[in-house]
Design a protein around this ligand. Structure first.
Ligand code: AFD
Ligand code: MN
Ligand code: MN
Length: 430
Protein backbone atom coordinates (compact mmCIF):
# COMPACT_ATOMS: atom_id res chain seq x y z
CA UNK A 1 0.00 0.00 0.00
CA UNK A 2 1.46 3.32 -0.98
CA UNK A 3 0.42 6.50 0.74
CA UNK A 4 2.13 9.34 -1.07
CA UNK A 5 2.27 12.59 0.89
CA UNK A 6 0.62 14.93 -1.63
CA UNK A 7 -2.71 14.60 -3.40
CA UNK A 8 -2.02 13.01 -6.79
CA UNK A 9 -5.28 14.50 -8.05
CA UNK A 10 -3.95 17.94 -7.30
CA UNK A 11 -0.71 17.19 -9.19
CA UNK A 12 -2.67 15.81 -12.16
CA UNK A 13 -4.87 18.88 -12.15
CA UNK A 14 -1.78 21.10 -12.06
CA UNK A 15 -0.33 19.17 -15.02
CA UNK A 16 -3.50 19.27 -17.10
CA UNK A 17 -3.17 23.04 -17.51
CA UNK A 18 0.44 22.69 -18.68
CA UNK A 19 0.48 19.43 -20.58
CA UNK A 20 -0.28 20.81 -24.03
CA UNK A 21 2.48 23.41 -23.84
CA UNK A 22 4.97 20.80 -22.72
CA UNK A 23 4.00 18.40 -25.50
CA UNK A 24 4.55 21.19 -27.98
CA UNK A 25 7.99 22.02 -26.56
CA UNK A 26 8.95 18.34 -26.42
CA UNK A 27 7.94 17.81 -30.05
CA UNK A 28 9.92 20.88 -31.10
CA UNK A 29 12.99 19.64 -29.24
CA UNK A 30 12.52 16.24 -30.88
CA UNK A 31 12.47 17.84 -34.35
CA UNK A 32 15.57 19.92 -33.65
CA UNK A 33 17.47 16.88 -32.38
CA UNK A 34 16.37 14.61 -35.19
CA UNK A 35 17.94 17.03 -37.67
CA UNK A 36 21.19 16.15 -35.91
CA UNK A 37 20.43 12.45 -36.06
CA UNK A 38 19.52 12.20 -32.37
CA UNK A 39 16.43 10.24 -31.33
CA UNK A 40 14.87 12.11 -28.41
CA UNK A 41 12.85 9.10 -27.26
CA UNK A 42 16.06 7.05 -26.95
CA UNK A 43 17.57 9.81 -24.78
CA UNK A 44 14.34 9.89 -22.78
CA UNK A 45 14.71 6.21 -21.95
CA UNK A 46 18.18 6.88 -20.54
CA UNK A 47 16.88 9.77 -18.43
CA UNK A 48 14.06 7.57 -17.15
CA UNK A 49 16.60 5.10 -15.80
CA UNK A 50 18.72 7.71 -14.08
CA UNK A 51 18.16 8.40 -10.37
CA UNK A 52 19.78 10.15 -7.42
CA UNK A 53 19.50 9.63 -3.66
CA UNK A 54 18.43 12.44 -1.35
CA UNK A 55 20.23 12.99 1.97
CA UNK A 56 17.96 12.79 5.01
CA UNK A 57 20.09 15.45 6.71
CA UNK A 58 19.42 18.04 4.02
CA UNK A 59 15.67 18.11 4.63
CA UNK A 60 16.11 20.45 7.59
CA UNK A 61 17.54 23.96 7.31
CA UNK A 62 21.32 23.92 7.50
CA UNK A 63 23.48 26.63 8.94
CA UNK A 64 26.99 27.87 9.40
CA UNK A 65 29.08 27.97 12.53
CA UNK A 66 27.60 31.43 13.08
CA UNK A 67 23.91 30.65 13.01
CA UNK A 68 21.12 28.53 11.72
CA UNK A 69 17.78 30.07 10.81
CA UNK A 70 15.11 27.43 11.11
CA UNK A 71 11.76 27.61 9.30
CA UNK A 72 8.40 26.55 10.69
CA UNK A 73 7.47 23.02 9.64
CA UNK A 74 10.99 21.61 9.40
CA UNK A 75 11.26 17.88 10.03
CA UNK A 76 12.41 16.98 13.53
CA UNK A 77 12.85 13.20 13.24
CA UNK A 78 13.53 10.52 10.66
CA UNK A 79 9.84 9.90 9.98
CA UNK A 80 9.24 13.53 9.11
CA UNK A 81 12.45 13.62 7.05
CA UNK A 82 11.24 10.61 5.07
CA UNK A 83 7.92 12.31 4.43
CA UNK A 84 9.75 15.37 3.04
CA UNK A 85 11.94 13.19 0.83
CA UNK A 86 8.73 11.54 -0.41
CA UNK A 87 7.39 14.98 -1.39
CA UNK A 88 10.57 15.59 -3.37
CA UNK A 89 10.18 12.21 -5.08
CA UNK A 90 6.46 12.59 -5.75
CA UNK A 91 6.93 15.93 -7.50
CA UNK A 92 10.31 15.33 -9.13
CA UNK A 93 10.37 11.54 -9.70
CA UNK A 94 14.14 11.27 -9.93
CA UNK A 95 15.02 10.68 -6.26
CA UNK A 96 13.54 7.32 -5.25
CA UNK A 97 16.06 6.55 -2.49
CA UNK A 98 17.16 8.24 0.73
CA UNK A 99 20.62 8.16 2.27
CA UNK A 100 20.51 8.02 6.08
CA UNK A 101 23.07 9.33 8.56
CA UNK A 102 23.63 7.75 11.99
CA UNK A 103 23.03 8.41 14.79
CA UNK A 104 21.11 11.45 13.46
CA UNK A 105 18.47 9.16 11.94
CA UNK A 106 18.20 6.70 14.80
CA UNK A 107 14.86 4.83 14.94
CA UNK A 108 13.41 2.12 17.20
CA UNK A 109 12.45 -0.23 14.41
CA UNK A 110 14.43 -0.26 11.16
CA UNK A 111 12.36 -3.01 9.54
CA UNK A 112 9.35 -0.79 10.22
CA UNK A 113 11.23 2.20 8.80
CA UNK A 114 11.92 0.26 5.62
CA UNK A 115 8.19 -0.43 5.27
CA UNK A 116 7.39 3.18 6.02
CA UNK A 117 9.78 4.20 3.24
CA UNK A 118 8.26 1.70 0.80
CA UNK A 119 4.77 3.02 1.51
CA UNK A 120 6.03 6.51 0.69
CA UNK A 121 7.60 5.27 -2.53
CA UNK A 122 11.15 5.36 -1.15
CA UNK A 123 14.03 2.91 -0.83
CA UNK A 124 17.29 3.35 1.06
CA UNK A 125 20.68 4.21 -0.37
CA UNK A 126 24.11 4.28 1.32
CA UNK A 127 24.18 4.59 5.10
CA UNK A 128 26.54 7.23 6.51
CA UNK A 129 28.44 6.90 9.76
CA UNK A 130 29.19 9.84 12.02
CA UNK A 131 32.37 9.83 14.09
CA UNK A 132 32.96 13.55 13.67
CA UNK A 133 30.77 14.54 16.63
CA UNK A 134 30.35 13.28 20.15
CA UNK A 135 26.97 11.93 21.19
CA UNK A 136 25.45 12.12 24.67
CA UNK A 137 26.57 9.23 26.87
CA UNK A 138 29.35 8.15 24.52
CA UNK A 139 32.29 6.53 26.33
CA UNK A 140 35.18 8.06 24.35
CA UNK A 141 35.40 11.50 22.76
CA UNK A 142 36.29 12.07 19.10
CA UNK A 143 38.00 15.35 19.96
CA UNK A 144 41.37 13.96 18.89
CA UNK A 145 40.17 11.85 15.99
CA UNK A 146 38.12 8.73 15.45
CA UNK A 147 39.20 5.98 13.06
CA UNK A 148 42.77 7.33 13.09
CA UNK A 149 42.89 8.18 16.81
CA UNK A 150 46.01 7.34 18.77
CA UNK A 151 43.84 5.90 21.55
CA UNK A 152 42.78 2.38 20.60
CA UNK A 153 39.60 2.67 22.72
CA UNK A 154 38.48 5.58 20.54
CA UNK A 155 39.34 3.66 17.39
CA UNK A 156 37.39 0.61 18.55
CA UNK A 157 34.36 2.72 19.38
CA UNK A 158 34.47 4.34 15.92
CA UNK A 159 34.82 0.95 14.24
CA UNK A 160 31.91 -0.47 16.27
CA UNK A 161 29.72 2.48 15.24
CA UNK A 162 30.45 1.84 11.56
CA UNK A 163 29.62 -1.85 11.99
CA UNK A 164 26.35 -0.84 13.67
CA UNK A 165 25.59 1.29 10.62
CA UNK A 166 26.16 -1.71 8.36
CA UNK A 167 23.75 -3.75 10.48
CA UNK A 168 21.09 -1.05 10.27
CA UNK A 169 21.72 -0.73 6.54
CA UNK A 170 21.16 -4.47 6.04
CA UNK A 171 17.72 -4.14 7.61
CA UNK A 172 16.93 -1.09 5.48
CA UNK A 173 18.06 -2.73 2.24
CA UNK A 174 21.07 -0.45 1.74
CA UNK A 175 24.04 -1.66 -0.25
CA UNK A 176 26.79 0.74 0.80
CA UNK A 177 28.43 2.41 3.76
CA UNK A 178 29.84 5.91 3.27
CA UNK A 179 32.70 6.80 5.58
CA UNK A 180 33.77 10.37 6.06
CA UNK A 181 35.85 11.29 9.10
CA UNK A 182 36.76 14.69 10.44
CA UNK A 183 40.14 13.36 11.55
CA UNK A 184 43.09 15.65 10.91
CA UNK A 185 45.20 18.36 12.47
CA UNK A 186 45.30 22.13 12.94
CA UNK A 187 49.03 22.55 13.54
CA UNK A 188 52.13 21.51 11.67
CA UNK A 189 53.72 18.72 13.66
CA UNK A 190 50.50 17.92 15.52
CA UNK A 191 50.09 14.59 13.74
CA UNK A 192 52.39 12.14 12.05
CA UNK A 193 50.96 11.95 8.51
CA UNK A 194 52.04 8.35 7.99
CA UNK A 195 51.07 6.91 11.36
CA UNK A 196 47.65 8.55 11.28
CA UNK A 197 46.97 7.04 7.84
CA UNK A 198 48.17 3.65 9.10
CA UNK A 199 45.76 3.83 12.02
CA UNK A 200 42.92 4.86 9.69
CA UNK A 201 43.68 1.87 7.45
CA UNK A 202 43.77 -0.41 10.45
CA UNK A 203 40.33 0.73 11.57
CA UNK A 204 38.75 0.79 8.12
CA UNK A 205 40.19 -2.71 7.59
CA UNK A 206 38.10 -3.95 10.53
CA UNK A 207 35.00 -2.26 9.09
CA UNK A 208 35.75 -3.70 5.66
CA UNK A 209 35.90 -7.18 7.18
CA UNK A 210 32.32 -6.73 8.43
CA UNK A 211 31.01 -5.59 5.03
CA UNK A 212 28.65 -8.04 3.26
CA UNK A 213 29.94 -9.28 -0.11
CA UNK A 214 27.27 -7.44 -2.05
CA UNK A 215 28.10 -4.13 -0.35
CA UNK A 216 30.48 -1.30 -1.11
CA UNK A 217 32.43 0.88 1.26
CA UNK A 218 32.60 4.43 -0.08
CA UNK A 219 35.55 6.45 1.20
CA UNK A 220 34.89 10.19 1.13
CA UNK A 221 37.88 12.51 1.09
CA UNK A 222 37.85 16.13 2.18
CA UNK A 223 40.69 18.60 2.07
CA UNK A 224 39.85 20.68 5.15
CA UNK A 225 37.25 21.35 7.81
CA UNK A 226 36.88 20.70 10.67
CA UNK A 227 40.66 20.20 10.61
CA UNK A 228 42.36 23.18 8.98
CA UNK A 229 45.97 22.13 8.49
CA UNK A 230 45.68 18.53 7.34
CA UNK A 231 43.07 15.83 7.09
CA UNK A 232 43.79 12.12 7.11
CA UNK A 233 41.89 11.42 3.87
CA UNK A 234 42.45 14.79 2.28
CA UNK A 235 42.28 14.15 -1.43
CA UNK A 236 41.52 11.58 -4.10
CA UNK A 237 45.10 10.31 -3.93
CA UNK A 238 44.78 9.37 -0.26
CA UNK A 239 41.28 8.03 -0.86
CA UNK A 240 42.46 5.88 -3.77
CA UNK A 241 45.44 4.63 -1.77
CA UNK A 242 43.10 3.58 1.04
CA UNK A 243 40.55 2.00 -1.31
CA UNK A 244 43.28 0.02 -3.05
CA UNK A 245 44.72 -1.25 0.22
CA UNK A 246 41.32 -2.23 1.58
CA UNK A 247 40.19 -4.30 -1.40
CA UNK A 248 37.66 -4.49 -4.24
CA UNK A 249 34.62 -3.55 -2.17
CA UNK A 250 36.21 -0.22 -1.19
CA UNK A 251 35.78 2.66 -3.63
CA UNK A 252 36.16 6.42 -3.64
CA UNK A 253 33.33 8.89 -3.20
CA UNK A 254 33.68 12.28 -4.83
CA UNK A 255 31.94 15.12 -3.00
CA UNK A 256 32.08 18.04 -5.39
CA UNK A 257 32.89 20.53 -2.62
CA UNK A 258 35.79 18.63 -1.10
CA UNK A 259 38.61 19.65 -3.42
CA UNK A 260 41.15 22.42 -3.63
CA UNK A 261 39.84 25.45 -5.55
CA UNK A 262 39.93 25.07 -9.35
CA UNK A 263 40.79 21.38 -9.23
CA UNK A 264 39.74 19.55 -12.39
CA UNK A 265 37.12 17.29 -10.81
CA UNK A 266 36.03 15.78 -14.11
CA UNK A 267 39.54 14.49 -14.67
CA UNK A 268 39.53 12.91 -11.21
CA UNK A 269 36.30 11.15 -12.18
CA UNK A 270 37.95 9.72 -15.31
CA UNK A 271 41.02 8.62 -13.37
CA UNK A 272 39.03 6.88 -10.64
CA UNK A 273 36.91 5.05 -13.19
CA UNK A 274 40.08 3.99 -15.03
CA UNK A 275 41.19 2.03 -11.94
CA UNK A 276 37.73 0.71 -11.04
CA UNK A 277 37.49 2.88 -7.95
CA UNK A 278 34.78 5.37 -8.83
CA UNK A 279 32.27 4.59 -6.10
CA UNK A 280 29.91 7.52 -6.13
CA UNK A 281 29.15 11.17 -5.70
CA UNK A 282 27.92 13.71 -3.23
CA UNK A 283 26.51 16.38 -5.51
CA UNK A 284 26.49 20.01 -4.47
CA UNK A 285 27.99 23.22 -5.77
CA UNK A 286 30.53 25.59 -4.34
CA UNK A 287 32.15 28.95 -4.87
CA UNK A 288 34.86 28.87 -2.23
CA UNK A 289 35.14 25.54 -0.43
CA UNK A 290 32.79 22.95 1.01
CA UNK A 291 29.95 25.46 0.65
CA UNK A 292 27.31 22.75 0.11
CA UNK A 293 25.33 25.05 -2.20
CA UNK A 294 22.61 23.73 -4.49
CA UNK A 295 23.81 21.54 -7.37
CA UNK A 296 24.18 23.47 -10.59
CA UNK A 297 23.57 26.84 -8.95
CA UNK A 298 27.13 28.14 -9.34
CA UNK A 299 28.84 26.06 -11.97
CA UNK A 300 26.42 24.00 -14.07
CA UNK A 301 29.08 23.60 -16.73
CA UNK A 302 31.32 21.67 -14.33
CA UNK A 303 28.41 19.36 -13.59
CA UNK A 304 27.97 18.79 -17.32
CA UNK A 305 31.68 18.06 -17.77
CA UNK A 306 31.52 15.52 -14.95
CA UNK A 307 28.58 13.82 -16.66
CA UNK A 308 30.49 13.88 -19.93
CA UNK A 309 33.22 11.82 -18.24
CA UNK A 310 30.58 9.54 -16.76
CA UNK A 311 28.98 9.00 -20.18
CA UNK A 312 32.44 8.22 -21.57
CA UNK A 313 33.17 5.80 -18.71
CA UNK A 314 29.86 4.03 -19.15
CA UNK A 315 30.37 3.64 -22.87
CA UNK A 316 33.90 2.34 -22.41
CA UNK A 317 33.17 -0.23 -19.72
CA UNK A 318 29.46 -0.62 -18.98
CA UNK A 319 30.04 -3.75 -16.87
CA UNK A 320 32.29 -1.86 -14.44
CA UNK A 321 30.10 1.23 -14.22
CA UNK A 322 27.80 1.66 -11.24
CA UNK A 323 28.40 4.92 -9.38
CA UNK A 324 26.12 5.77 -6.45
CA UNK A 325 24.62 9.21 -7.04
CA UNK A 326 23.69 11.18 -3.95
CA UNK A 327 23.07 14.81 -3.07
CA UNK A 328 24.89 16.33 -0.08
CA UNK A 329 23.89 19.93 0.49
CA UNK A 330 23.15 22.40 3.25
CA UNK A 331 20.06 24.49 2.59
CA UNK A 332 20.57 27.56 4.71
CA UNK A 333 18.30 30.12 3.04
CA UNK A 334 15.67 28.12 1.13
CA UNK A 335 12.95 25.61 1.85
CA UNK A 336 15.00 22.39 1.67
CA UNK A 337 12.33 20.61 -0.36
CA UNK A 338 12.55 23.29 -3.04
CA UNK A 339 16.35 23.13 -3.05
CA UNK A 340 16.34 19.35 -3.38
CA UNK A 341 13.89 19.53 -6.29
CA UNK A 342 15.91 22.27 -8.00
CA UNK A 343 19.17 20.36 -7.45
CA UNK A 344 17.79 17.06 -8.68
CA UNK A 345 16.54 18.82 -11.81
CA UNK A 346 19.98 20.37 -12.37
CA UNK A 347 21.69 16.99 -11.98
CA UNK A 348 19.24 15.20 -14.29
CA UNK A 349 19.66 18.01 -16.83
CA UNK A 350 23.45 17.66 -16.76
CA UNK A 351 23.04 13.91 -17.26
CA UNK A 352 20.63 14.48 -20.17
CA UNK A 353 22.91 17.02 -21.86
CA UNK A 354 25.85 14.65 -21.58
CA UNK A 355 23.72 11.91 -23.16
CA UNK A 356 23.29 14.21 -26.20
CA UNK A 357 27.01 14.48 -26.90
CA UNK A 358 27.99 13.05 -30.26
CA UNK A 359 30.74 10.82 -28.89
CA UNK A 360 31.92 9.64 -32.29
CA UNK A 361 32.42 13.24 -33.41
CA UNK A 362 34.17 14.01 -30.12
CA UNK A 363 36.51 11.03 -30.41
CA UNK A 364 37.28 11.82 -34.05
CA UNK A 365 38.17 15.42 -33.19
CA UNK A 366 40.36 14.20 -30.32
CA UNK A 367 42.19 11.77 -32.61
CA UNK A 368 42.65 14.53 -35.21
CA UNK A 369 44.01 16.90 -32.58
CA UNK A 370 41.30 19.41 -33.45
CA UNK A 371 40.61 21.23 -30.19
CA UNK A 372 37.88 23.52 -31.53
CA UNK A 373 35.91 20.73 -33.13
CA UNK A 374 36.25 18.65 -29.95
CA UNK A 375 35.12 21.53 -27.79
CA UNK A 376 32.18 22.24 -30.11
CA UNK A 377 31.08 18.61 -29.82
CA UNK A 378 30.61 19.29 -26.11
CA UNK A 379 29.23 22.79 -26.63
CA UNK A 380 26.59 21.59 -29.10
CA UNK A 381 25.14 19.35 -26.38
CA UNK A 382 25.56 21.86 -23.56
CA UNK A 383 23.65 24.51 -25.50
CA UNK A 384 20.51 22.37 -25.82
CA UNK A 385 17.66 23.34 -23.52
CA UNK A 386 16.71 19.93 -22.16
CA UNK A 387 13.99 21.22 -19.84
CA UNK A 388 11.09 19.87 -21.97
CA UNK A 389 12.74 16.43 -21.91
CA UNK A 390 13.33 16.48 -18.16
CA UNK A 391 9.79 17.75 -17.51
CA UNK A 392 8.31 15.11 -19.83
CA UNK A 393 10.11 12.32 -17.95
CA UNK A 394 8.78 13.79 -14.71
CA UNK A 395 5.23 14.05 -16.07
CA UNK A 396 5.16 10.52 -17.42
CA UNK A 397 6.35 9.19 -14.07
CA UNK A 398 3.55 11.03 -12.23
CA UNK A 399 5.49 14.12 -11.13
CA UNK A 400 4.71 17.79 -11.60
CA UNK A 401 5.57 19.71 -14.79
CA UNK A 402 6.24 22.86 -12.75
CA UNK A 403 7.37 21.38 -9.44
CA UNK A 404 7.84 24.74 -7.71
CA UNK A 405 4.34 26.02 -8.24
CA UNK A 406 2.84 22.59 -7.55
CA UNK A 407 4.78 22.41 -4.28
CA UNK A 408 3.74 25.88 -3.19
CA UNK A 409 0.11 25.19 -4.11
CA UNK A 410 0.19 22.08 -1.95
CA UNK A 411 0.93 24.23 1.14
CA UNK A 412 2.92 21.28 2.50
CA UNK A 413 5.23 23.41 4.62
CA UNK A 414 2.42 25.53 6.02
CA UNK A 415 0.50 22.39 6.97
CA UNK A 416 3.58 20.84 8.58
CA UNK A 417 4.18 24.05 10.51
CA UNK A 418 0.89 23.35 12.30
CA UNK A 419 1.81 19.74 13.08
CA UNK A 420 5.55 19.60 13.71
CA UNK A 421 7.48 20.73 16.75
CA UNK A 422 9.56 23.89 16.21
CA UNK A 423 13.32 23.40 15.80
CA UNK A 424 15.44 24.83 18.61
CA UNK A 425 17.66 27.86 18.00
CA UNK A 426 21.29 27.08 17.37
CA UNK A 427 24.22 27.08 15.04
CA UNK A 428 25.82 24.28 13.13
CA UNK A 429 26.71 22.86 9.79
CA UNK A 430 24.61 19.86 8.91
C1 AFD B 1 30.79 16.53 5.41
C2 AFD B 1 30.83 15.52 4.32
C3 AFD B 1 30.11 14.26 4.62
C4 AFD B 1 29.29 14.33 5.85
C5 AFD B 1 28.57 15.64 5.93
C6 AFD B 1 27.78 15.78 7.18
O1 AFD B 1 30.43 16.12 3.12
O2 AFD B 1 29.40 13.74 3.54
O3 AFD B 1 28.48 13.22 6.00
O4 AFD B 1 29.47 16.74 5.85
O5 AFD B 1 26.92 16.85 7.04
O6 AFD B 1 31.39 17.73 4.98
MN1 MN C 1 29.66 14.76 1.50
MN1 MN D 1 30.97 18.24 2.81
Amino acid sequence: MTALPLSQDQIDHHNSARREGLEDDYASLGRALSRRGVDLDAIKRKVQEFSIATPSWATGRGGTRFAKFAIPGEPTNIHEKLADCAVVQQLGRSTPRVSLHFPWDQADDYAGLREEGAALGLGFDAVNSNTFQDQPGQEHSYRSGSLSATDSGVQEQAVAHNIDCIEIGKTLGSKALTVWVGDGSNFPGQQDFTRSLDRYLDSTGSIYAALPDSWRMLLEHKMFEPAFYSTVISDWGSSLMAAQELGPKAQCLVDLGHHAPNVNIEQIVARLHRVGKLGGFHFNDSKYGDDDLDSGSINPHQLFLIFNELAEAQERSPEAFDPAYMIDQSHNVTDPIESLLSSAEAIVSAFAKAALIDRDALHAAQEDNDPMLAFQALRAAYRVDVSPLVAMVRLEAGGAIDWLSAYRQSAWRERKAQERKPVALGAGIV
